[in-house]
Write a protein that binds this ligand. Structure first.
Ligand code: EPU
Length: 421
């Protein structure tokens, strides 16, 4: 298992390019299943989760064609089996995103039920109930969700999400694109990735409106046609590099990104004392050598502060001036990084869903273990300011969501290297 060794103390300074968004690329790849013909998806990030999705397509008999820039062409008409097997789903929960498109397009799907997860229980009841509302008959048997569309296909439905769910909204929106008649999805997730998926569906001829608000209206069409689409930039990767620069007192310009999709994060960085300037597709953060000030953060669905940036802000608060409270409202067990950060000398107290972080002037390098994707980002960030070396184990979590993290950090002047293990 590869490990990362980071020698802290270098002040980050430089420019990097942001990759395509993982959490947009995954539903968009799943949505290609809805198309009657080949679809090309560009700006895919080079990540393990994307490879897993492509492998899943391979298992179903579809052979995606990938070019050297990681554009992928998928022709779902070659599908042979309608099964997403457990051994792939257990490595990536987002595999559940093929459920809606498969039932809508092919009338049947068998998708392994994702089990528990390092950050919470993460049920998929809303995905199932949404499809049932459209007339699908669903049995959960032998650890698999077996879903069958009624004769004549899924029917449009009014569905209310009693919890805001990103992939839940995406799954039902994709299914509704090919259903008979109109669907109205209320209390939908408003995340930019949902909007990106809606834009992709519309590029293939779907009739989706209201994405980005809590009510999405979909008028089903008979079929979707081939299209070429470019995945939006990754707002969480963007935010992670901005925090990395901030904790080191440094400066970073992130390019090929979109400042309008991470306003809550930029506000918190300004509150922490960063100078933030933006252009159409770039953001520059400059701390001018200062130590950040601690900030209070409460995660909630978009446009509020994202849970996927919570761990990184705990790292920021850990070396900041003052004390900050970080409240996690989305997932019930998303503080695993705290216990690793304790090993580096961080002063963090967890009470229920709140972490009280008292900033300390120095952290100390230590061997630590990544437990999930964003938790690992917070370990990397803390290691960048810690005295001495930090050895981060289980970095396959990082490779799921951060493209070329060591190369990008090296370009900013960090002392980081990967050691094969
Ligand atoms: N929930 C239910 N029932 C459901 C679905 C969700 O109760 O059927 C609950 C969850 O347990 C959770 C809340 O609803 O408490 C929100 O979960 P959501 O469904 O929105 O999460 P997700 O769609 O599984 C996506 C991202 C996550 C991100 C969350 C929240 C993808 C592929 N994943 O997950 O990304 O944290 O939304 O914004 O889009 C990551 O990239 O590191 C990551 C975990």
């Amino acid at each position: 298992m590869d490990k990362l060794i980071i020698t802290g103390g270098a002040r980050l300074d430089g420019e990097i390019r942001i990759s395509g968004a993982k959490n947009s690329a995954l539903p968009i790849l799943a949505a290609t299943l809805l198309c009657n013909g080949p679809v090309t998806v560009a700006n895919l990030p080079h990540l393990h989760d994307i490879t897993t999705m492509i492998e899943l397509f391979g298992r179903m008999g579809i052979e995606p064609v990938i070019d050297e820039k990681l554009s992928v062409e998928i022709n779902p008409n070659t599908i042979k089996t309608l099964v997403a097997p457990y051994e792939l789903v257990k490595t990536m929960r987002a595999s559940i995103l093929v459920l809606g498109p498969m039932v809508a397009r092919f009338g049947y799907a068998e998708v392994a039920l994702p089990g528990g997860c390092a950050i919470g229980s993460r049920p998929v009841d809303l995905h199932i109930r949404g499809l049932e509302a459209m007339g699908a008959v669903i049995d959960v048997e032998g650890g698999y969700i077996k879903a069958k569309a009624p004769e004549g296909g899924l029917n449009g439905a009014n569905f209310f999400f009693d919890t805001v769910s990103v992939t839940g909204t995406e799954n039902i929106m994709m299914a509704a694109a090919l259903a008979n008649g109109r669907s109205v999805l209320q209390n939908s997730a408003r995340e930019p990735e949902v909007v990106d998926l809606a834009n992709f569906l519309n590029a293939m001829g779907a009739k989706v409106s209201g994405a980005g608000t809590d009510t999405i209206i979909i008028d089903g069409v008979k079929e979707l046609h081939p299209a070429t689409y470019r995945v939006m930039p990754d707002r969480i990767e963007t935010g992670t590099y901005l925090v990395a620069a901030a904790v080191t007192g440094g400066r970073v310009k992130v390019k090929d990104t979109d400042p309008t999709i991470l306003e809550a994060v930029l506000e918190k960085l300004k509150e922490a004392g960063a100078e933030v300037t933006t252009g159409e597709d770039w953001i520059e953060l400059n701390m001018h050598g200062k130590r950040p000030k601690a900030v209070n953060v409460r995660t909630a669905p978009y446009p509020a502060f994202p849970t996927d940036m919570q761990a990184q802000f705990i790292s920021l608060n850990a070396i900041a001036e003052g004390t900050g409270a970080v409240i996690e409202t989305i997932f019930e067990n998303r503080f695993m990084h705290v216990y690793e950060l304790h090993r580096m000398g961080a002063k963090i107290q967890v009470e229920g869903n709140t972490a009280i972080v008292t900033g300390t002037e120095t952290l100390k390098g230590a061997p630590v273990m990544a437990t999930d994707l964003r938790a690992s980002a917070s370990l990397v960030i803390s290691a960048l300011v810690a005295e001495g070396d930090t050895l981060i184990d289980r970095i396959y979590h990082i490779d799921r969501g951060y493209e070329c993290i060591e190369e990008k950090l090296q370009m900013l002047g960090a002392k980081i290297r990967r050691v094969p293990g």
